[in-house]
Design a protein around this ligand. Structure first.
Ligand SMILES: Cc1ncc(COP(=O)(O)O)c(C=O)c1O
Length: 370
């Protein structure tokens, strides 16, 4: 008998979900500007820490990250019992969804945004109330707040937003804090927060620290710290009770021993991280000015990526660029069919991307999105 998914006693909601995409290793020679990773390798102190930890992998990692969490606590001023680490911040998204979402409940999130934010809610059996971003790629804060109902449990706010690059202002955050009902947890995803802060963006944690309503702020070692392959994220919780909710649904040993040692070394080498972030931000602005010069619409970005509107289908542009040895991403959201997202890389890759972009069809007049 050939067994299909329908023959298995799976939860009915799984039948409406799709498999995750298959991502194969990048062939040598391809300029990989697709996943918003850090183009620069991690600090040499990180590679040394990895080497030192390699001989200890016969042991499980520390279940409560008891070397890493105190260091994060000391720098942030948030007590250790309000810090939760995850296997990438993606795990924290899953944990939040598992803790707060079930059939009948929903999350509110912008579209387009990081797909996992809505996806994890669907897996948990909940609904997604997706609110289109504004024409300039910014969150529609009033629209998001208006979408909140009595069943909303997570209010996702990505700052900067992937893929549009917009970050939130202090005034917007304060307005959300004032307006969001207590039964909806304010969930701020700052995966790209360092890139925003390096250019004058706000630190959501500093703005939320004194707030008594339920909130959490998620960050990651995948982007600014150049450690996507090791999978380490961390979150600041409004209270020990909120941290407890995450602990109850997580795997005990969610961070491996090498990842914990590497994250500690990375976090202690802030100078290295900020130097890379500043380099990336400078490259981003250099590339954006050049893309602008082509007459293409390129949204202002606070992240390590740019979203570019083309006079052609985004998937066709992606394929054409791939032909030229450059991998970029498309956006799967209504109104973004002609966009590509490119991760800022070193000057050589950015120049190669720009040269390839310029060979694509001549720009059409700027189109307003429906
Ligand atoms: C907005 C946003 N949040 C979270 C993540 C997850 O990152 P990670 O699991 O590597 O920490 C990503 C990854 O691209 C992202 O773009």
């Amino acid at each position: 008998m050939t067994e299909s998914l329908d023959d298995l006693p799976i939860r009915p909601v799984l039948k409406s979900l799709v498999n995750p995409p298959v991502f194969k290793p990048v062939p040598p020679g391809v300029r990989f500007m697709q996943f918003n990773e850090c183009a620069w390798p991690p600090s040499p102190k990180v590679t040394a820490a990895i080497a030192a930890a390699a001989g200890q992998v016969n042991r499980y990692g520390d279940s409560h990250w008891s070397r890493l969490a105190p260091v994060i606590a000391a720098r942030s001023g948030v007590a250790q019992d309000r810090i939760v680490c995850g296997n990438g911040s993606a795990e924290l998204i899953t944990l939040a969804s598992t803790a707060f979402i079930e059939p009948g409940r929903n999350v509110v999130v912008s579209t387009p945004s990081f797909p996992r934010l809505g996806g994890a809610s669907r897996i948990a059996g909940g609904a997604v109330k997706a609110v289109p971003v504004k024409d300039d790629g910014a969150h529609d804060i009033e629209g998001l707040l208006a979408a909140v109902d009595g069943d909303t449990r997570l209010f996702w706010l990505t700052s900067p937003n992937n893929p549009t690059g917009a970050d939130v202002s202090a005034a917007e955050l304060a307005h959300i804090v004032r307006s969001l009902p207590q039964h909806a947890v304010l969930a701020v995803d700052e995966a790209y927060g360092e890139f925003a802060r390096a250019a004058g963006g706000i630190d959501a944690l500093e703005h939320l620290k004194g707030q008594t309503r339920p909130w959490f702020v998620m960050r990651t070692f995948s982007k600014a710290y150049g450690m996507a392959g090791l999978r380490v994220g961390y979150g600041f919780m409004s209270s020990p009770a909120l941290a407890e909710a995450f602990h109850r649904v997580r795997n005990t040993f969610n961070l491996n021993i090498v990842a914990q040692a590497a994250a500690l070394a990375a976090f202690e080498d802030q100078d290295y991280m900020w130097a890379r972030v500043r380099e990336c931000v400078a490259e981003r602005e250099r590339l954006r000015a050049r893309v602008d010069g082509l007459g293409l619409r390129c949204l202002k970005s606070a992240g390590n990526f740019l979203l570019i509107e083309l006079p052609m289908d985004g998937a066709a542009a992606q394929a054409a660029l791939r032909q030229q040895g450059i991998a970029v991403s498309t956006v799967k959201a209504p109104g973004f069919e002609r966009h590509i997202r490119v991760t800022i890389s070193g000057p050589d890759d950015n120049d190669a991307f720009f040269a390839a972009l310029a060979t694509l069809a001549a720009p059409a007049p700027r189109a307003a999105r429906a």
